[in-house]
Design a protein around this ligand. Structure first.
Ligand code: NAD
Length: 353
């Protein structure tokens, strides 16, 4: 198998996970470039990969005949670097969120189509076995008509987490707080499991504990799907630890849910059972990162090699972003937001106190 020539753009925290993944997939990839304006980070990333060049500007990558660029930069740079890469006919796999405005997300989807390259967005938690299994069960109609869904996230992001970063906690670079950074995975999972378009979004966000930053640290919302399912979400990142995320979906014939990566199924008249994720080959980083990055990256490489559709492509990656932007808009305008809606870059939220 010809090895794919890849570059890592952004060698910060999550890049540790990629380093481990690339080491495990060394028969499939050649890590050609490590890029970060903080050169020491790119240098540290490149260590251990033969012939990997250390660069401080992503544009220098374009001379290295790349197959895939992996982006793990501040959120506002995803569309800029991603679009440039796609215009250079390079496939891109981008960390969530793909962009911080829906206009940018739409433009990226269009560029991927025009250039005939693959655009993938990392939502690794969809790949967890239990999540895949309950998706199948819902698709087979085992739950009947879906009635309600809920997700509950209470995590902890310290003041240092924000003060040590030059982009987290800012509207113009991170694009939001707990919703766009932490809760986005559970929002993506729930909308994917429900499997229909959103009709309206009604929510509020606030900053209650992280007064040194401008973005929200708490959010709640109701999201109405066209198939009738009402999704209720709560998210905060001012809890004392990263508690397991809880998701539940209720249908006319039973309930399913996830507690972090452990899925459970309780269909009416049948015995309750749990589904554990079998894969534990990655042990890098905090446990809430999960261990499915490798599964999604391998899947993306397969799409590139075999010209197959990408499972979480731009259109899929945009869905959670649309819900999040709808919640911000609903909170700012204090009203229910019907989809589609006019989106914009958010610069501040009105605090409720
Ligand atoms: N999928 C997950 O579970 C998960 C977990 C954590 C982070 N993330 C995502 O990964 C991305 C990065 O987050 P992080 O926590 O690693 O942030 P980070 O700040 O630790 O790392 C980002 C890196 O990008 C670098 N950078 C800035 N401008 C750049 C440029 N022009 N070119 C190349 N590099 C540049 C920074 O110097 C920094 O080293 C974000 O999109 C974040 O949401 C995803």
């Amino acid at each position: 198998m010809k090895k794919l020539r890849v570059a890592m753009i952004g060698c910060g925290r999550i890049a540790q996970m990629y380093k481990e993944v690339f080491s495990q997939l060394k028969d499939q990839v050649e890590v050609v470039c490590a890029v970060d304006p903080k050169e020491d980070r790119a240098q540290a990333f490149a260590e251990g990969f033969e012939n990997c060049v250390v660069l401080t500007d992503y544009k220098q990558c374009f001379q290295y005949d790349l197959d895939v660029m992996h982006l793990a930069t501040p959120h506002n740079l995803h569309p800029i670097i991603g679009t440039d890469a796609m215009r250079h006919k390079i496939n891109v796999l981008i960390e969530k969120p793909m962009a911080i405005t829906l206009q940018d997300a739409d433009a990226m989807i269009q560029v991927a189509e025009e250039e005939g390259v693959k655009l993938g967005i990392i939502f690794q938690t969809r790949y967890v076995k239990g999540c895949m299994d309950i998706k199948k069960l819902i698709q087979e109609g085992k739950l009947g008509k879906l009635l309600t869904a809920r997700s509950y996230l209470s995590w902890s992001r310290s003041d240092e987490y924000y003060s040590q970063s030059d982009w987290k906690g800012t509207w113009d670079k991170e694009g939001g707080g707990v919703l766009i950074d932490q809760a986005i995975h559970s929002i993506d999972r729930v909308q994917w499991l429900i499997g229909d378009d959103v009709e309206w979004i009604d929510g509020t966000v606030d900053n209650r504990a992280h007064h040194a930053v401008e973005v929200e640290d708490v959010a709640e919302a109701f999201i109405q799907f066209k198939n009738g399912c009402l999704y209720q979400l709560y998210a905060c990142n001012c809890y004392s630890y990263d508690a397991p995320i809880e998701i539940e979906i209720v249908g006319e014939k039973g309930k399913v849910g996830l507690k972090q990566d452990l899925a459970w199924v309780h269909l009416d008249g049948e015995e309750y059972y749990e589904i554990r994720d079998g894969y534990d080959g990655l042990s890098v980083g905090p446990s809430y990162w999960g261990c499915s990055h490798i599964t999604q990256i391998k899947d993306f490489y397969r799409s590139v090699r075999e010209s197959l559709p990408v499972f979480v492509d731009g259109v899929e990656g945009r869905k959670a972003l649309e819900i999040i932007k709808g919640i911000y808009k609903s909170s700012i305008e204090r009203k229910k937001i019907y989809v589609p809606f006019e989106d914009s870059l958010i610069t501040c939220i009105k605090s409720h106190h």
